[in-house]
Design a protein around this ligand. Structure first.
Ligand SMILES: Nc1ncnc2c1ncn2[C@@H]1O[C@H](COP(=O)(O)OP(=O)(O)O)[C@@H](O)[C@H]1O
Ligand SMILES: O=C(CO)[C@@H](O)[C@H](O)COP(=O)(O)O
Length: 480
């Protein structure tokens, strides 16, 4: 049996699955947590990776591996390959003003949005790497001047696993490059002019900055570090976590995934590029040569983490409380912008409870409002996706908070359509493992592994909950 490893270096943790390359059967797994915060040392990801690999029984007998990772995080490297400063993660909103400035510099707010959508497939928001580089240039010019290469979390981890310290060996894939903000997703080429704009340097100087080479979807990009005993392990290009998840659950055209991890992500596979100048849909690429338009909220699973903490209960009890309440929570709405928000783009917003009354001021309705508020935000993302003409034939619910029975049962009521629940699993790591098996096989398409069992959940639609949410989602205070 030949083994492949899939690694998910996500916001909150590193997870590793080791699977049989031929059948996809799970053989071993491991996990380790990442530090909290939106600014994290990449070395912490490396430590968590080593810990997770050890827990998974090591990688010595693994024939191929690939890494899926949280998207967009800025890993700035100096000429020696050292990390210049802690990485700013996708959910760090300090570059919100930089995002606005980058847009306005292309002919004003409205024209600028259309220009960016046309140039790269997305409108910059604080999550995108390009805005973090502008922030670096303005806030830490001495660090900006030392930048010799820019990687993303998964690119950097793949490079570390290879044992290389040569910047030219950095490799990425289309799905990750498409989330940087300096990659033309439709044309498949870096835009050094946009990198120059972000860093306020000349195009010649920008062209000297090393960006990871964009490898093909099943290209072998290197081998593991020989010094660690991983020399016989082929490395795949890896992918952004959402693209890896789409490969993990085997999405095709018409399939939509709604992932509720730290971020809430509504994603679909599209054969053609999407360029949404409203900015609600990011026009990223998939891990298989297609496109992966998606809507991303900053407030996913942590809405429920926070609600459980507030009520002094665990997730099981939070779910029971939410399911014990009536739909609509006696008029209570949670506007869930707890960490600011990205879709809609409200980086300085805070959350709010709207409609509190003596009828609703109880744990059941608070729990219900938390689940409904989270899902209404995602339903808005789903609507934005369909407005771009993306077909929606089926919806699969994945990510940590998809384990919640309340989320599973209330989601079809809020979305107004059935949802499919695959068995709980690590679908980002699975997608990375499937890519590794694809690299190993050298076949044209990824291996056909047996899909996990899927449960369909149906519910009576509750459109009044979404309508009330829509009439209240502007009712929040700004931070500070
Ligand atoms: N049963 C559950 N109900 C609600 N939330 C859950 C449950 N199990 C895990 N979570 C939440 O899911 C999140 C982790 O999910 P994950 O998809 O691994 O996130 P990420 O990929 O962003 O690191 C955590 O916030 C965790 O509290
Ligand atoms: O920013 C995005 C996608 O654009 C996020 O989806 C990140 O990729 C983080 O993902 P999770 O850690 O929440 O899975």
């Amino acid at each position: 049996m030949r083994l492949v490893a899939g690694i998910d270096s996500s916001t909150q943790s590193c997870k590793i699955v080791i699977r049989d390359a031929a059948t996809g059967a799970l053989v071993r797994s491991g996990a380790a947590t990442h530090p909290d915060g939106t600014e994290v040392s990449p070395h912490a990801w490396w430590d968590a990776f080593l810990q997770a690999a050890e827990q998974a029984g090591g990688l010595d007998d693994v024939a191929a591996a690939a890494v899926g990772g949280q998207q967009h995080g800025m890993v700035a490297l100096d000429a020696e390959g050292e990390v210049i400063r802690d990485a700013l993660l996708w959910n760090d909103t300090r570059s919100a003003a930089a995002a606005e400035a980058l847009i306005v510099e292309h002919g004003g707010a409205e024209h600028g949005r259309a220009a960016w959508a046309q140039m790269i497939g997305s409108v910059p928001v604080a999550s995108l790497t390009v805005t973090k580089l502008r922030w670096l240039a303005d806030a830490e010019p001495e660090n900006a001047q030392r930048v010799a290469a820019v990687a993303l979390p998964h690119d950097w981890l793949t490079w570390k696993i290879s044992g290389s310290s040569t910047l030219e060996d950095l490799v990425t894939d289309r799905s990750e490059a498409s989330g940087t903000g300096y990659y033309d997703t439709a044309a498949g080429a870096y835009r050094y002019d946009l990198l120059a704009q972000a860093l306020r340097i000349s195009e010649d100087a920008a062209a000297r900055i090393i960006l990871p080479r964009v490898a093909g979807p099943n290209e072998q990009v290197g081998t593991g570090d020989d010094a660690r005993g991983w020399g016989g392990m082929l490395l795949g290009p890896g992918a952004g976590d959402n693209a890896a998840a789409s490969l993990g659950i085997g999405m095709g055209t018409g399939d939509v995934s709604i992932s509720i991890g730290t971020s809430g992500v509504v994603a679909a596979v599209s054969p053609t590029p999407i360029q949404d100048s409203s900015g609600l849909i990011a026009g990223f690429a998939s891990a298989t040569g297609e496109y992966l338009p998606l809507a991303v909220t900053l407030n996913g699973s942590r809405v429920l983490d926070g609600a459980a903490r507030m009520l002094g209960v665990d997730h099981q009890r939070l779910s029971e409380l939410a399911l014990a309440a009536e739909p609509g929570a006696h008029g209570l709405t949670l506007v869930p912008y707890l960490e600011g928000e990205r879709t809609p783009n409200l980086p300085h917003a805070t959350g709010s409870f709207v409609g509190l009354s003596l009828d609703s001021m109880n744990p059941q309705d608070v729990a219900r409002a938390a689940v409904e508020g989270l899902l209404c935000g995602l339903a808005d993302g789903l609507q934005a996706l369909t407005q771009q003409g993306v077909p929606v034939n089926s919806i699969q619910l994945i990510g940590g908070a998809a384990r919640s029975a309340a989320v599973q049962q209330i989601a079809p009521a809020i979305f107004g359509r059935d949802v499919q629940i695959p068995e709980p699993g690590e679908y980002v790591a699975d997608g990375a493992a499937r890519q590794a098996a694809w690299v190993l096989s050298g076949t044209e398409g990824p291996p056909q592994w047996t899909s996990s069992a899927v449960t369909a959940v149906t519910a009576e639609p509750t459109p009044f909950v979404r309508e009330r949410y829509a009439s209240r989602r502007h009712l929040f205070a700004e931070q500070g």
